[in-house]
Design a protein around this ligand. Structure first.
Ligand SMILES: Nc1ncnc2c1ncn2[C@@H]1O[C@H](COP(=O)(O)OP(=O)(O)OP(=O)(O)O)[C@@H](O)[C@H]1O
Length: 563
């Protein structure tokens, strides 16, 4: 068909000239034959239906030798045929209505050539305005729904949010195994980030999203990824999820497996062993979950091919864009060279600099913010405690544990040496304590996490290595033994409690040396509805800077004893 004309904003596509390309992509399209006299109103109605479902581009090709037109639907979903029936209804309805109304209105079915165009024109204008009205009504309904769920979006043509997981099937033809797995996991209603991010990603749009800790971001990117991949393939890596730490990568790997249960996807976690394997390219892999350094190593040293990757997720994106990781992330993003890739960024904190970077690398991305940007989860009760000095901290910690130890409790310190020392201090108290930091082997780190998850450990002392993304169900209290180095570190640390709607508590110790930095944290606390003494809020504004003071030796023993 060389004489193709496209209505609305479609890509000109000469099917004869590009017949071989078309044959390759044929499976992606479905057709709907409609009468030649299809009006603009009908097309607008189709377009609205498309927009609501978050489908691809709607274009029309005219067939000169035939009395029908084809509506070309760019849709990669095999279920589209069924949906097209629904979409086609307005045309049938209009025709039926016309047939019934003709005799009533006194018009002949065989109209003269003079009167017909006038009637058609009026009808089309009417349909167009009806379509427009419906579009506006839908936009209004979406706006009300978003407002109710604190969903803030920016970007063009944003798909309607999901109100219910059943819409995954009715709007997107989701396979039953996902709905079954969600039900088995006890997941009934989508969280606000899932309501909006899932339709965006399913419609093939790029997205950067900021939603509170514990609000279900993982599912918001894993679910559409599985739906888009549809089935397993052995033709190379098709989706990559980058996480800043090994612990988070392995947790995300497990979450993927849970949601994919019953479907034979090849989901791989990039372990040291796998990264070093020379046979990597022969291992079937649909979804690869990795830290940036390991993936970069596999790409550069093991010639791992990422050119077929269709979906790339940068989880904890602001952390991935920090200086130490950025060059590895950059190498991975470059290796994912497929021009039709869909990239997405997720985090509970999204600094403006990261947003700018995201905008510069993404195409027509939609921005989604749940609640207030860079804020803590509102289900956490936050408290600041003045402890005077380093020694004061240890006394305050022991006193807290004596008064009320409500495990599981996470205690964050500034670095691994302090973690080791605090562990030595608490080991002989009558509490089950463990420690996790980067000097431990992978196995030791995993054991520490597993024991904490299983309730064998009551108090886990940690560095920021587990501050992001780790989902420990039911952590009752987070204690910032050492003041966090930034407000985003604070948000992520305390976000290990108060997850998925549960309540939690966060206590932050501060000394004289930390007072200058109190305001940043106090602002976060105030924004999430916690009480903060006024004097802190009136402290002078500090320019953004990481606060990592050299802290005194952590021990209650006299220093001479240590020598
Ligand atoms: N729709 C839902 N309903 C109930 N629970 C859910 C839902 N979605 C996810 N969850 C659960 O909520 C918990 C937190 O989810 P997840 O780890 O994805 O949070 P997150 O937003 O990524 O947090 P963080 O910012 O800390 O990484 C998990 O235990 C997950 O199983």
């Amino acid at each position: 068909m060389t004489d193709s004309s496209f209505l609305f904003s479609g890509i000109t596509f000469n099917r004869k000239k590009f017949s071989s390309d078309f044959a390759r992509f044929k499976v992606k399209y479905s057709y709907l034959k409609v009468s030649r006299d299809i009006g603009w109103g009908d097309l607008l109605a189709f377009r609205i239906a498309f927009w609501r479902r978050g489908w691809g581009q709607l274009t029309v090709e005219k067939k000169p030798s035939n009395d029908s037109e084809e509506i070309l639907l760019e849709n990669k979903d095999p279920e589209v045929e069924a949906e097209v029936e629904v979409v086609a209804k307005p045309v049938k309805k209009r025709k039926r209505k016309a047939a019934v109304s003709d005799p009533v209105e006194g018009f002949s079915v065989f109209k003269s050539s003079k009167t017909e165009p006038v009637h058609e024109e009026n009808e089309e204008t009417e349909n167009a305005s009806q379509g427009k009205k419906e579009l506006y009504r839908q936009m209004e309904r979406d706006a009300i729904f978003r407002k109710k769920h604190n969903i803030h979006t920016s970007g063009s043509n944003i798909p309607s949010p999901l109100q219910d997981f059943s819409e995954l099937r009715s709007r997107y033809g989701c396979r039953p195994y996902i709905l079954r797995n969600l039900a088995e996991l006890g997941i009934k209603e989508p969280t606000p980030i899932q309501m909006q991010a899932i339709p965006i990603l399913l419609s093939g749009r790029e997205c950067f999203a900021c939603a509170p800790t514990g609000s279900g971001k993982t599912l918001a990117f894993v679910c559409p990824m599985l739906m888009k991949l549809k089935r397993a393939s052995k033709e190379g890596v098709r989706a990559v999820i980058l996480c800043p730490t090994r612990e988070l990568a392995s947790q995300t790997f497990r979450e993927c497996k849970k949601l994919a249960k019953g479907k034979k996807f090849y989901i791989k976690l990039m372990t040291k062993q796998l990264a070093n394997s020379a046979e990597f390219s022969k291992v079937p892999c649909d979804i690869l979950i990795s830290t940036p350094l390991r993936l970069k190593f596999a790409v550069t040293k093991r010639k791992l091919d990422l050119s077929r990757v269709e979906y790339l997720v940068l989880d904890e994106s602001d952390k991935l864009f920090e200086l130490g990781l950025l060059k590895h992330v950059d190498a991975v993003v470059k290796a994912c060279s497929n021009p039709s890739i869909t990239r997405s960024l997720f985090s509970a904190t999204l600094p403006d600099t990261v947003e700018e970077l995201a905008r510069s690398i993404m195409h027509d991305a939609v921005r989604v913010i749940i609640g207030r940007k860079n804020s803590a989860s509102e289900s956490i009760k936050q408290k600041l405690v003045f402890v005077g000095s380093e020694e004061g901290k240890l006394l305050a910690l022991r006193q807290t544990f004596e008064e009320s130890l409500n495990p599981p409790v996470l205690v964050f310190v500034q670095n691994k040496d302090r973690a080791k020392n605090l562990y030595k201090e608490l080991k002989f108290d009558e509490i089950r304590v463990d420690v996790i930091h980067s000097d431990l082997s992978q196995l030791e780190r995993e054991n520490a996490i597993d024991n904490f998850r299983a309730g064998k450990t009551w108090v886990l002392i940690a560095t920021d290595v587990i501050a992001r993304g780790m989902d420990f169900k039911g952590v009752n209290c987070v204690i910032n033994y050492d003041f966090p180095d930034s407000s985003s570190a604070y948000i992520h640390r305390i976000g290990r409690s108060g997850r998925a709607g549960r309540s939690g508590e966060a206590v932050t110790f501060y000394t004289e040396a930390d007072v200058r930095y109190l305001k940043n944290i106090a602002n976060v606390m105030k924004a999430s509805g916690c009480e903060v003494p006024n004097w802190i809020l009136t402290l002078p504004k500090l320019k953004w800077k990481k606060h990592r003071p050299k802290r005194e030796f952590l021990s209650t023993k006299p220093h001479d004893d240590e020598e």
